[in-house]
Design a protein around this ligand. Structure first.
Ligand code: ZN
Ligand code: ZN
Length: 417
């Protein structure tokens, strides 16, 4: 009796006789393993494993003369006797990947869910821990022990999923994120893959069966050089804004984050990577300042309101005196521009008026080619600032000069965040 009382004290606030009566009812249903029995009282006492708690309860019941049924656990089908098999499946899957942290998750089969519900009808669920929570923890502890890596609930590199339906281990491999800046030295390259308008990527005559509008993009060029280093499945480039296809991106470059999906490796030397991009894309592209970052950086980069500085080559319809041009450019400096959505992008953007500020504008060269440098809010369309877009952009260089003005070449020389 003393033994029963002492052991029962492990169950804390709930009266020991209630616990024991509940345990008795559970064992009447059929054979049950120590884990499954102990788990029903997990929230009552701490410092003891479910298995140990179940073992104590059974001992108490036996002392009271209960005959406990032997055999496979009716709740979990004795999965806890078989943890090592799951651990070795998990280790096998993990072998292919470099990682520092992981988390274990379980997809519970319909049968086990039903068993658990049935159990909770008998025992009540208020003090119980779900089966999958225990399974995750127990397999997790063993993987930690075998690999020396840590379980991370916030931001694991990998999620090991025990699929009890298929009896297989699945891996969810979380992406690696790298930020940096790119410089694009060649015109005619879009920032990201651009599907063919005709076939939307399937391939047709118009796109020469590539499925793309342009043969290459900044995204594909970078990906081509680095994806294999990470042994990844795919790479996505998130830019801090984008330059026109026919504009170069010079100066300090444009901030970006690349997301490498399902990487087999996640600790690649970034200096070597930048070198490789440079070598393989000579004359087209380079990347600088590469750094590993967290996922949040994607939203930060995409939503950043960055000022842009452009070097603009301007063509004028009629001859203009240098003093008049200098005067007109100076008038743009500090001006707030009212810009209706440019005619050339109307097909994909809503027609509305935006206000953007030109922070500074200066005439760099009056000698052909005429060159102007403009620093302005992000989102100001420079081609229209020069041409006026038939009066849709006000003021414009063209209107200030009283003659037609066009952008001949455009380079982004700074993106300021
Ligand atoms: Zn069980
Ligand atoms: Zn096509």
């Amino acid at each position: 009796m003393y033994l029963i009382k002492m052991r029962a004290e492990n169950f804390g606030e709930l009266r020991a006789d209630v616990v024991i009566e509940t345990a008795r009812k559970i064992t009447e249903e059929g054979p049950i393993c120590d884990n499954c029995l102990g788990r029903q009282f997990a929230k009552i006492s701490s410092g003891v494993s479910n298995e140990k708690r179940g073992e104590i309860l059974k001992e108490v019941l036996r002392t009271k003369g209960e005959a406990l049924k032997e055999g496979k656990c009716w709740v979990c089908n004795s999965i806890f006797d078989n943890l090592e098999a799951w651990v070795s499946k998990a280790l096998g899957a993990l072998k292919e990947y470099e990682f520092d942290s992981f988390l274990v998750g379980t997809k519970v089969s319909g049968m086990l869910l039903e068993n658990e519900e049935l159990l909770w009808e008998i025992a009540g669920a208020s003090y119980a821990e779900p089966l999958k929570a225990e399974l995750n923890r127990e397999v997790g502890k063993r993987i930690e022990h075998e690999t020396g890596k840590i379980a991370d609930f916030e931001r694991p590199d990998l999620v090991v999923i025990l699929n009890l339906w298929t009896e297989k281990v699945e891996l969810q491999v979380n992406s690696v994120f790298i930020c940096g800046r790119y410089r694009k030295f060649k015109r005619g390259i879009p920032q990201t893959r651009w599907f063919c308008r005709e076939c939307r990527g399937r391939g047709c005559e118009r796109c020469n069966f590539t499925g793309k509008m342009y043969a290459e993009s900044v995204e594909e060029l970078i990906s081509g050089s680095i994806l294999a280093e990470f042994n990844g499945e795919d790479m996505i480039l998130h830019g801090c804004g984008r330059e026109d296809i026919d504009a170069r991106m010079l100066g300090s470059g444009r901030p970006f984050v690349v997301e490498i999906k399902e990487p087999g490796r996640r600790k690649v030397d970034l200096r070597m990577l930048a070198e490789k991009v440079k070598e393989e894309n000579e004359g087209k592209l380079e990347v600088t300042g590469l750094q590993y970052v967290k996922k949040e950086m994607v939203a930060k980069i995409k939503n950043a309101k960055a000022d842009k500085t452009y070097s603009v080559e301007v063509e004028l319809k009629t001859g203009i005196k240098e003093a008049d041009l200098r005067d007109a450019v100076t008038k743009l400096s500090g001006a707030v521009i009212e810009q209706r959505t440019p005619t050339r992008v109307l097909h994909r953007r809503a027609d509305l008026v935006r206000k953007r500020k030109v922070h500074s504008a200066r005439l760099v060269s009056f000698e052909e080619p005429i060159s102007v440098e403009i620093k302005c809010d992000g989102g100001l369309y420079i081609k229209e600032l020069i041409s006026g877009d038939g009066g849709r952009t006000k003021p414009s260089l063209s209107a200030l000069l009283g003659t037609e003005a066009e952008v001949k070449e455009l380079d982004v020389v700074d993106v300021d965040i």
